[in-house]
Structures are given as C-alpha cells and as structure tokens.
Design a protein around this ligand. Sequence first.
Ligand code: CP
Ligand code: NVA
Length: 295
Amino acid sequence: MPNFIDLKELTTEDLIQIISLSIKWKSTGAPKFMKDKQAVLIFEKPSLRTRISFEVGINQLGGNSTILNEKEMQLGQRETIEDTARVLERYADMIVIRCFGHNQMINFANTSNVPVINALTDYSHPCQVVADLVTIKEHLIDFKNKKIAWFGDCNNVLQSWIEASVLLDFELNIACPEGVVPHQETMTWAIKKNNKIKIMHDPYLAADGANCIITDTWTSMGDENISPEKIFLPFQVNENIMSLADKNAIFMHCLPAYRGKEVSKDVFEGMQSVVFDEAENRLHAQKAIMHYCLS
Ligand code: CP
Ligand code: NVA
C-alpha cells in the first residue's frame, strides 16, 4: 500500500484523482471505507487543522484514531524509529506523522508495513497543498494557464507547491528575499521537468496578473531565529500586492496567520481571501489521501 510522503512521488493522475475525490466527497459525503480500521497519529509539533481534520475525518469514515503527542512520544529517543514503526504496524492500519526531521519520516515509512502519511515535516507539507489545490479548483475551476504567486519564506509548504506545479504544469512565481532559497535539489528536479517556476526578488513583478496569491508565516515551527523577520517585510501580502494580481485573484494562507506580518489585516479579512475554505478542505482532502493509501 502506498505511503503519502511527498507529492513528487505521485503521478499526475494520482494527484488529479485525489483532488477530484475530495471535491466529490465534499458534496456527497464519503463511504465508510475505514470501518474497523485503526490509525495512529503522531504529533511532535503543535497542530489544530491537521490533527483535528484527520481525527474527524477518520471518525466520519468509520475508523478509530489514537493520538500520541510530543510529551508521550519523542520519535527516535526512547527507542529507534525503526523499532517504533515495527511495533505500531502490529496495532494500526495507518500512521500519520508530524515531525521535525523529514529523514525521520522517511526512515519510519521505509520500515513500516502499513501506510505512512506526512502531516508536515521541516521539508514539506503535502496534505496542506492537496487541500489548497482543491480550493483553487473550487474557486478558479482549473490549474491550466493559471499563475500562482508565493510570497515570503521558502518553507515546507512552498516545497510541496513546487512539486504540485511540476505535476499539474502551472506557473509558480516565488517572491522571496535574496539568500532565502528553496531546497536546491528539488529546484534542480523541478526545473528539469517544468520551466514555469520562477524565483523573483521583486514582489510586484511576482504578483503581476497572478490568479492566486499565497503566503505563510515567516517563522515556521522549529525554524525560529533562522532569518530575521525584517528581510521579509517587502514580501508582505497587502492591498498593493493584491491590486497587481488578476481582478478575480484569490488569497490563500494555510494558517495560522500573523496579521500585520506576512499578510495585512485588510487582505486576510478581504473579499478575495479564501483561507477558511482552505481550512475546511483539509477535512475533505485528508479523506481522499487516506483512500489513496488504503486502496
Ligand atoms: N495548516 C496547518 O497545517 O495547520 P496546523 O498546524 O494547525 O495543523
Ligand atoms: N510553515 C509552517 C506551516 C504551519 C502549518 C510551519 O511549518 O510552521
């Protein structure tokens, strides 16, 4: 059974199928394909949306979930990650993990005989970007000929956006300060497959005609003190940036958001903001992701 670790491991067809199923089940409700199934959710970092959307989703699909938080379990400390995986697969049908090190996730997944889902690492956040793609499909109909513009830090969420742009072949402008760069290895992989990704240091140029403007916190969990916030100030998404985008452009943010920092209050609360649709779509997207892993 497949894991769900990074979008680049999916085919384009897999990703389109996951997005379509999320949208379908949002309106029809999903079948109870997790009846008698047990999931273990491991959260080494805080979470509101990811944890609750998995828990509620598993419940609605007829399954059960058990949560282990940072205090109850520190991955790789009391016993090796490999031993933890070999124990948990004896109890559970699926493991969902949010942890600091991406390699810990990979080691876990390589050992586990039950599917492992990446609920965020320091490297990527694929579940979030599936929900975001669902939101784009709902509001903008398609990805074809669309321009997505990312502002601010080159973090885990952006990493998954880069992979999505390769799979779905849309333009991705990355507006970031000089010296803040996405993972070089992924960029090399992406540029070979899709030359529609541009790294730009002029936020106004990046916003020009964009259909979707996205940002995220300037300080990701575990990245505290890496880059001073002031270098991100020119990349704040505010009315000036939104006015350059397409007139029907949407604003997205995975949340939690810091008003007055990466996004102005006006934009966050404005008509173009679809951030709470994104949050809702986490629930529908998790169901389609779990279906992909269990079928
Ligand atoms: N967007 C997101 O993953 O939120 P949480 O950290 O609250 O899960
Ligand atoms: N980039 C953020 C996303 C939070 C959902 C972080 O890793 O903290």
